[in-house]
Design a protein around this ligand. Sequence first.
Ligand code: ZN
Length: 80
Amino acid sequence: MPRRFIHHHGCGQGGYLHTTPYGVVLLARCRSCGAEREMDREALDKAYVGMKDLSDIAARLRCTSCGEKNGDLLAGYWAD
Ligand SMILES: [Zn+2]
């Protein structure tokens, strides 16, 4: 059974990278093909310096599966 991602609404889309607590999983989910990829918070911080809005960062993420820029960046955690 695949792990289930629980979107934490308190710090999810519309939230900010710098207010997202450490330990929270950042999951990029493609709206075109449904691919999901766990993002490294440190890497995002470095790659998108000055961009704090998760939805702004999401708009610049390109899906590694289908190549579309049509993703959401969700903050949450994995449930067993
Ligand atoms: Zn995709």
